[in-house]
Design a protein around this ligand. Structure first.
Ligand code: BTN
Length: 253
């Protein structure tokens, strides 16, 4: 599996549909999957009326930012899908690095897949998966990148590409994401290359070794961010125990 012409994730293996206003590009991809789309379909939109964020939150989606979703069908056996969110964050990380000026602040990844610029959130990634009635599994990778706008009510620092000195339109930014995603998916190798993906992720991550708070649905836990395991789980050293955490919001202390 490689990045060569004709491979499953070669540059010419993807289609792209650019839409105006939609409810959510993730919803559009899931609808197409239910209608039998073979996958490797990018859907972008100028604006979303019901953009979705993680944990049931909404994602403010006025025009000027990038809203993109990629539909994959059966990208890997279910037991090998755990590292896909890490791989996706590497593609977004590379995308931002490819367009930001040299003088911009550091681009880093916050577990599991928030890409930060100068420790401020600059994009959101939402992976959704659905078992289709014909037995296939649809996986949708939704990505929103703050270009000209950023939410002003977020409980964490947020930024936009414009604030970082990068003046680019969504249409100019998308080809960078398209190319970086194809490269990362080819390298991910249907989840077989988990070790090299986690290694690359560790090199791009911030906060490893530092004190963090992880907000879980029912409680918060403080501890030392010891790293991630080979499935991408966050390892938190609480002083009493080492916990492996699959989902939660991380705050640096
Ligand atoms: C997060 O909460 O950090 C994830 C936000 C993901 C937003 C993107 S925008 C494109 C795609 N469509 C959606 O409805 N959500 C994702």
């Amino acid at each position: 599996m490689g990045f060569q012409r004709g491979g499953r994730y070669s540059l010419d293996a993807f289609r792209h549909e650019a839409l105006g206003e939609v409810t959510s590009t993730n919803t559009e991809c899931l609808a197409r999957a239910r209608l039998g789309d073979p996958g490797n379909l990018w859907v972008t939109a100028a604006r979303q009326s019901a953009g979705r964020g993680r944990r049931g939150r909404s994602w403010a989606s006025e025009s000027g930012n990038l809203y993109a979703s990629l539909l994959l069908i059966d990208p890997a056996p279910p037991e090998r899908l755990g590292s896909l969110p890490l791989a996706v964050s590497l593609a977004v990380h590379a995308t931002l690095r490819s367009v930001l000026p040299m003088a911009a602040e550091a681009v880093e990844i916050k577990w599991p897949n928030d890409v930060l610029i100068g420790r401020k959130k600059s994009c959101g990634i939402l992976l959704e998966s659905e078992a289709l009635s014909d037995g296939r599994r649809a996986v949708v990778i939704g990505i929103g990148i703050n270009i000209g706008h950023r939410p002003d009510d977020a409980p964490y620092g947020v930024t936009s590409l414009q604030e970082q000195g990068c003046h680019i339109s969504p249409d100019e930014l998308f080809p960078h994401l398209y190319r970086e995603m194809a490269q990362v998916l080819a390298a991910w190798d249907e989840g077989r290359a988990v070790s090299s993906i986690t290694e690359r992720w560790r090199n791009a991550a911030c906060g490893i070794g530092g004190q963090i708070r992880v907000n879980l649905p029912d409680r918060s836990i403080d501890g030392r961010f010891a790293g991630i395991d080979d499935q991408g789980l966050l390892i938190l050293d609480t002083g009493h125990a080492s916990m492996a955490i699959a989902a939660g919001d991380v705050f640096f202390l």
